[in-house]
Design a protein around this ligand. Structure first.
Ligand code: URA
Length: 273
């Protein structure tokens, strides 16, 4: 008979890593698909009879609005909320109260933006990863560090020149690619964010951003070509670039990214006159 000794903790972790598990979130499991009953307004709370201890089972947790909202309704409500925001802060607050995207349920943070909203360049990536979700800021992990070095190579910094956001403000579980439905639901928010930030140049970092905002498919073919983007306020020039996460996996492609960065620098210099 084959003896099956229990694996050591080390073997177990190595096996998880091999199976693609990249992080342990907590020691106890959580049901992310249920939330506590919504807070009642003060007046209603005063009227409601107090629940007696032992008065039977607690009512079932209300299903989250994201699960209950049809995608079309969610996209409509996203559009209305985004349009009603007249500042970036109002837009962040509108996103924080938006319940139409299920990604919000599994994400730890709303990752809204970083950098200088008055910068001349706005960069839009795909979606937060694990580091961004933990810190609540876009592009702070390995690919963000590469992005900062790429920007520095043409004299740009987040602090001064660049405003950074993502197509989706919540991390897709396990960093999976966002679904077209999730992109469609969140699109009105990022479009409004671009309109309110009002940059001179827009850079879409990676394929999903280039597709979602510029309608470009095939990032390797479409990168590096300037197109017009209508912010709703004015037409600006927009460029798609390779994603730094891709460049970390395919360093040989950095030569293409370098071309795009030089094109960005040249466009900034030309606009300055
Ligand atoms: N990749 C992205 O597209 N955005 C981030 O914020 C981080 C990684």
């Amino acid at each position: 008979m084959i003896s099956m000794a229990a694996p050591s903790a080390h073997e177990l972790v190595a096996w998880y890593a091999e199976m693609g598990v990249t992080e342990a979130l907590d020691e106890t499991p959580h049901n992310h698909f249920s939330t506590p009953a919504p807070a009642q307004p003060e007046a209603q709370r005063a009227r409601a009879p107090a629940r007696q201890q032992g008065a039977g089972p607690a009512p079932a947790a209300r299903p989250i609005a994201a699960a209950a909202t049809a995608p079309d309704d969610a996209a409509l409500s996203a559009r209305a909320l985004a349009q009603a925001a007249s500042t970036l802060e109002e837009l962040r607050a509108a996103l924080a109260q938006f319940e139409g995207c299920a990604l919000k349920v599994t994400a730890k943070s709303l990752v809204f933006s970083d950098g200088n909203p008055a910068g001349r360049v706005m960069l839009v990536g795909e979606a937060p990863g694990a580091d961004e979700d933990r810190q609540g800021l876009p592009f702070v992990g390995r690919s963000g560090q590469l992005l900062d070095r790429m920007l520095a190579s043409i004299g740009l910094t987040r602090q001064e020149h660049v405003y950074v956001a993502n197509l989706l403000p919540w991390r897709p579980p396990g960093n999976r690619t966002p679904t077209p439905q999730e992109v469609a639901i969140c699109l009105p928010f990022i479009q409004r964010q671009i309109e309110l930030a009002d940059p001179d140049l827009l850079v879409c970092v990676g394929g999903p951003s280039a597709q979602g905002l510029l309608g470009l498919t095939g990032i390797l073919a479409s990168r590096g070509k300037w197109v017009d983007y209508d912010t709703g306020r004015r037409r600006i020039r927009a460029l798609a670039m390779l994603h730094p996460a891709y460049l970390l996996r395919q360093p040989v492609q950095k030569r293409l990214a370098w071309r795009d960065l030089r094109a960005l620098r040249a466009a900034l210099d030309a606009q300055q006159g």
